[in-house]
Design a protein around this ligand. Structure first.
Ligand code: AMP
Ligand code: GLY
Length: 429
């Protein structure tokens, strides 16, 4: 089979790496891809949201299956367009991808299907949002409706901060049309986990739990980022809790989406807060998480192509998906300044030493290659994953390999997985 992977980050490098292991695969293209995957996938100079060009490329190059990494093309309808052309593609339609593309849509559907989530009100009028904010307790959460590159959610500690957020979103339109409506919701307390499922329209197969680390600095301090690290599985998520998440979140969502003629196929990712009242959904994403995918895919033993084909065929319930029981941890190495403005073009040393570490993998995100050398070319530069018999061992492996990589301005968190380790030693987290 000839496969096209769309996207350019660490998630897509991990996808390409896993797909390349399938005996069913003869050729992989990546659009646009990155320097790290060049040995496994032919780079195609098309951006992830050049939907028409990508479909034409897939037809001309006899691509048998397309796998989409990021949300933007999904929300813009890449799956609908590819399907119209008779091309096999894994992901939700634009209508179903609204679960990620619109916080209003997502909240309305959660409420309609009885999925546990934060109590919320939706506003498309600025004056009414302001009036409402004057009455709610703080902290309170303000969310721009549309895609805002991960910046559209403000957890406001004070009423003033919440009012400023609504003003910049709705009046100043800092996220453009994404700010035409807002969701204002109660602030949930607890530990956040990511639960992803492969969904075939009707059935789902849950992946093991994972946890992201969104803040830039140790101890969950500093600004929010695209993700500084992840690990899987999460000790706080027992089998019984996973079952509860399946029956209270995934099953009602999937059957509701089906009933309302927006069936979901692809990866459904629930960002969940483990509250004292049980798991509640913070958000849905409609694709693999980044960096959750980097921690999950090395644990996957089953052929990813078989899983994707089963999902496209509506038969995800007919295959058994095997996972390595060993935990995995992913540490993200960034450029100095990230998530603000950052430096680029710094030469990277030690990649092959890191690569040679047993039970460790390096997935590239923002790198470029010139004259046989790698350089930094983005905010998140590299993802270093370790696996081990215990989570401690996995984390140690990841840092051992990460320490072999050097470039000027290398920044990373030293405490990936620390929360889980503290829990194990009985320290209150
Ligand atoms: P989202 O893009 O909706 O995941 O929101 C980004 C982050 O904001 C989440 O990962 C949470 O850390 C936080 N967040 C979102 N909604 C809430 C909520 N209702 N209560 C507390 N934190 C939230
Ligand atoms: N890890 C968070 C995300 O992929 O959105």
């Amino acid at each position: 089979m000839r496969i096209l992977v769309i996207g350019a980050g660490g998630r897509e490098h991990a996808l390409v790496w896993k797909l390349a292991k399938s005996p069913l695969v003869t050729k992989i293209f990546a659009a646009p891809g990155n320097a790290g995957m060049a040995s496994m996938a032919e780079p195609i100079p098309l951006k992830a949201d050049q939907i028409v060009d990508l479909a034409n490329f897939a037809v001309d190059s006899k691509v048998d299956l397309t796998v989409v990494g990021p949300e933007l093309p999904l929300v813009k309808g890449i799956v609908d367009h590819f399907r119209q052309k008779g091309l096999a593609i894994f992901g939700p339609t634009a209508a179903a991808a609204q679960l990620e593309g619109s916080k209003v849509f997502s909240k309305e559907r959660m409420l309609r299907y009885g999925v546990p989530t934060a109590a919320a009100k939706i506003f498309s009028r600025y004056d009414l949002a302001v009036d409402y904010l004057k009455t709610v307790p703080v902290p309170v959460v303000v969310k721009a409706d549309g895609l805002a590159a991960g910046k559209g959610v403000i957890v406001a500690a004070s009423r003033e901060e919440a009012l400023r957020a609504v003003e910049s979103i709705m009046q100043n339109r800092i996220f453009g049309e994404a700010g035409a409506s807002v969701v204002i919701e109660e602030c949930l307390q607890g530990e956040e986990v990511s639960v992803l499922a492969v969904v075939d329209g009707v059935h789902c197969a849950l992946l093991p739990s994972a946890q992201d680390h969104k803040r830039a600095y140790d101890n969950d301090e500093g600004p929010n980022t695209g993700g500084m690290g992840a690990y899987s599985p999460v000790p706080a998520v027992s089998d019984a809790l996973m079952e509860q998440i399946r029956t209270t979140v995934f099953e009602p969502m999937i059957s509701g989406m089906n009933r309302d003629a927006t069936p979901f196929t692809g990866i459904l990712y629930a960002g969940i807060m483990l509250t004292a009242q049980g798991p509640k959904v913070l958000e849905f994403n409609t694709r693999f998480g980044d960096p959750e995918a980097q921690a999950l895919l090395p644990r996957l033993k089953t052929d990813l192509v078989e899983i994707i084909l089963a999902a496209i065929d509506g038969k995800i319930n007919q295959i058994s998906i095997e996972w390595d029981s060993r935990p995995a941890a992913c540490v993200v190495l960034t450029s100095k300044g990230y998530p603000g403005t950052y430096e680029m073009g710094r030469p990277i040393q030690g990649l092959s030493d890191a690569h040679d570490c047993p039970d460790a993998w390096v997935f590239h995100a923002g790198t470029s290659r010139e004259g046989g050398k790698y350089f930094t070319s983005g905010g998140r530069v590299l993802n270093v994953v370790g696996m081990g018999a215990t989570l401690e061992a996995a984390i140690e492996k990841a840092y051992e390999a990460a320490d072999k990589i050097q470039y000027e301005g290398k920044q990373f968190r030293r405490d990936i997985g620390a929360r889980a380790l503290k829990r194990k030693t009985g320290v209150k987290v």
